[in-house]
Design a protein around this ligand. Structure first.
Ligand SMILES: NC(=O)c1ccc[n+]([C@@H]2O[C@H](COP(=O)([O-])OP(=O)(O)OC[C@H]3O[C@@H](n4cnc5c(N)ncnc54)[C@H](OP(=O)(O)O)[C@@H]3O)[C@@H](O)[C@H]2O)c1
Length: 327
């Protein structure tokens, strides 16, 4: 496992990390979480991602109990959580980054995670109604109180990120250091285009999500929705349409000969493709069972096999022209 700096910050993250969206509580109990986190940690993963909204707080509870059982030295790993949607359908508690919500939010997350601090705290989405200055001050205070060490954004626009960084610089506050955006072979436009200036001009890091497009890029949906997969879960109908989209499935099928040539699985090819981008600090992998973790952790070995010719063939499948990514 290699480690990459989170942008210009001093902290280093394993190039492959592990997150709990959908899986913890819904598909994996504490024992399964222990097995998967343990397999990831043994492979060198040092970063575990979570959010207060995942399974309405239960994902943090599962990870907290798992960490307690695992008993790793606290300084040997990083944990993150994210705040925005909230847990209660009430004014000031839903879809906000106001000061009260952020501070009450981190206190609740720390209790559920049974931790004294998280290493990274994200604003899970931008809030168009709270002044960015209020959010920046609250995040700064949370860091000053030792409840988090670094903070970041998730799916903020480049303009919103620049605004937060500049407010922090103006007031000598802790700046956000990383964005958590979607990035995979299907969803690459925002990552490669819009965010480029925040990596280059502001040294922002990235912890990218859904590298397998929720499992679509594993090829498992080619013959329909497999039993026990994310595509069968209640409440994920919006995702089911994506996972069974014929055009997308045809693209995944076209990747198969490339994976075969490189002697790897489709999952490993898709993860390695993300790792190849130098602006990716870490690829957050997801898994519902330990075998998937073991398979995915070998993706780093595939990166050197991704020659310019192979990358061009992949771009051809996804109909991306070279100048589109370069300009
Ligand atoms: N900031 C945000 O807004 C945001 C949004 C989404 C996710 N995230 C973070 O990013 C992490 C990863 O996202 P993701 O879970 O969507 O990642 P993903 O890699 O796109 O999908 C992971 C899912 O694909 C399936 N899978 C993974 N490896 C496999 C393999 N080798 N063979 C077969 N199936 C495999 C599993 O689902 P099944 O077994 O159920 O099929 C697994 O749960 C999340 O846990 C979360 O921490 C952040």
């Amino acid at each position: 496992m290699e480690y990459r700096h989170l942008g210009k910050s001093g902290i280093q993250v394993s190039e492959l990390s592990f997150g709990s969206w959908v899986t913890f509580h819904n598909q994996a109990d504490v024992n399964a979480a222990v097995d998967m986190m343990s397999a990831a940690y043994e492979a060198g993963v040092n970063f575990f991602d979570n959010a207060e909204v995942y399974a309405d707080g239960k994902s943090e509870e599962v990870m907290g109990s798992a960490l307690k059982q695992l008993g790793w030295r606290r300084s040997s790993y990083l944990v993150s959580t994210k705040i925005y949607w909230g847990l209660h359908n009430n004014v000031n508690e839903r879809n906000t980054l106001n000061r009260k919500r952020l501070i009450e939010g981190i206190n609740g997350s720390l209790k559920r995670l049974q931790l004294d601090y998280v290493d990274l705290l994200y604003c899970h989405r931008p809030d168009k109604t709270t002044p960015i200055e209020e959010t920046v001050w609250a995040m700064h205070n949370i860091i000053e109180w030792g409840k988090a060490f670094y903070w970041g954004t998730s799916e903020w626009s480049a303009a919103e990120i620049v605004s937060a960084v500049e407010i922090a610089e103006r007031h000598h506050l802790h700046k956000p250091v990383t964005e958590q955006p979607v990035y995979n072979m299907f969803s690459r436009q925002r990552f490669t285009k819009e965010y480029e200036r925040v990596y280059k001009d502001y040294g922002y890091g990235t912890t990218i999500w859904s590298p397998l497009a929720s499992g679509l890029l594993t090829g498992k949906y080619s013959q329909g929705i497999p039993e026990g997969s994310r595509g069968t879960l209640e409440g994920y109908d919006w995702l089911r349409d994506e996972l069974t989209n014929k055009e997308k499935l045809a693209k995944v099928q076209a990747l198969e000969p490339i994976a075969k040539e490189l002697n790897c699985t489709l999952s490993q090819l898709a993860l390695a493709w993300c790792l190849k981008n130098p602006f990716v600090s870490t690829v957050i992998t997801g898994a519902s069972r330990v075998e998937q973790v073991r398979e995915n952790m070998k993706a780093a070995d595939v990166v050197t096999k991704l020659t310019p010719e192979i990358v061009e063939r992949i771009d051809g499948i996804f109909e991306v022209k070279k100048e589109e990514e370069d300009d």
